[in-house]
Design a protein around this ligand. Structure first.
Ligand code: ADP
Length: 353
């Protein structure tokens, strides 16, 4: 059974006339890694700041472990230090003049904990992030990934109910990012901790999240597992935001008593994908890997306009009836620019706006 760790209801946060969060409801399950994705300025960081208590929302409710930390109706606002929340932001904000030990110990020092407890807890936190032995070093002596792990240890030392990560990996190079994604996932599973992770990188979110929440213009558009979002996007926005896709504005027609989808002016396929009535307009999402290219006759004929060799796959842009279609094939199937090919579509999703 799923236990709700945090509950957000009707959240609104305005900055003057800018509505950063516009009536948002979200449940976060205990022990899950939930990533929040969406275009820049859609309200991701503001949402984290509201959960952390760094910003006071204008309306709504936030409860953590069934305990209200913010409510306009009940006039409740708990300060960040009363919420048992840990956070790690993009610019690690380590104290440059403090050693690794002192950086991690800081939250316990300000709470005047005894030195034996501090020593034990710092060791425990550093061992979780695999930095034991670095206690005496200073931030400038560490790599970006190590500094980020110190920040993580400092957030974990207070045994937070919720850990908030705001773009924690965006300053790291690609290889380090991947290692840290794995580390964060491991720590989350080992400690059974609930994490809300903000990222602008949908591939990163797909790789490490139990669920992803897609936001746009201060609203939550869809929340689900990476697979649910990829395979069953509810809207055109989600289909385009999670992975690459071809969006086709189509309609349902009838041919010989059978309902068909008009993909292009001269390309019709049997409608096994939507429940729309004949004559109705539909929006279709076709993933590039759900289209194959053939020399022999297929559904429609196009011409190769662009080609990107990516090693493990080849990405083609096909021009078909003056429209462009993105296609991804195995690198074994090589076609030349300008070559005529037939397309075959294996899977389509109908999406709503
Ligand atoms: P994201 O994290 O998705 O990029 P933000 O939460 O940072 O988005 O911002 C959401 C909106 O709120 C944006 O329009 C941004 O300009 C505005 N905003 C965020 N913080 C402030 C602030 N402190 N003062 C004024 N406007 C802000």
């Amino acid at each position: 059974m799923k236990i709700i760790q945090a509950q957000i209801r009707g959240l609104v946060k305005k900055y003057g006339k800018v509505v950063a969060i516009n009536g948002l409801d979200l449940d976060i399950n205990k022990g899950e890694m939930l990533s929040i994705v969406g275009p820049s300025g859609c309200g991701k960081s503001t949402l984290l700041s509201c959960i952390a208590g760094l910003e006071k929302p204008n309306d709504g409710e936030i409860a953590i472990d069934d305990e209200l930390v913010f409510s306009t109706d009940r006039n409740c606002f708990k300060s960040p230090d009363k919420r048992q929340i840990g956070f790690v932001f993009q610019n690690y904000a380590l104290w440059p003049h403090k050693s690794v030990f002192e950086n991690v110990a800081y939250p316990l020092r300000i709470r005047k904990k005894c030195k034996y407890l501090i020593k034990n807890e710092v060791e425990r936190a550093l061992s979780i992030v695999r930095l034991l032995g670095k206690e005496r070093q200073y931030p400038y002596e560490l790599s970006g990934g190590q500094q980020q792990r110190v920040a993580l240890a400092r957030a974990l030392i207070m045994k937070p109910k919720l850990l908030l990560l705001d773009e924690p990996l965006s300053n790291l190079d690609a290889k380090l990012r991947e290692d840290m994604q794995y580390e964060i996932k491991r720590i989350q599973k080992d400690m059974e901790i609930t994490i809300i992770h903000v990222t602008h990188d949908q591939y990163e979110a797909m790789g490490i999240s139990d669920r992803i929440a897609v936001m746009n213009r201060g609203k939550l558009i869809q929340v689900g597992t990476p697979k649910e979002l990829y395979e069953h996007p509810k809207t055109e926005f989600v289909a385009k935001f999670i992975g690459k896709t071809n969006i086709i504005h189509s309609h349902v027609t009838e041919e010989n008593g059978c309902s068909k989808l008009a993909l292009f002016e001269h390309v019709f396929i049997e409608d096994r994908y939507t429940t729309a009535n004949i004559g109705e307009k539909v929006i279709l999402s076709i993933r590039p890997e759900d289209i194959s290219l053939r020399k022999e006759k297929g559904m429609g004929k196009g011409k190769i306009r662009r080609m990107f060799y990516r090693g493990n796959v080849i990405e083609y842009t096909i021009c078909i009836e003056n429209k462009e279609l993105k296609v991804q094939t195995s690198p074994k199937e090589e076609y030349k620019i300008g070559e005529e090919v037939w397309i075959h579509i294996h899977q389509i999703k109908g999406v709503k706006n």
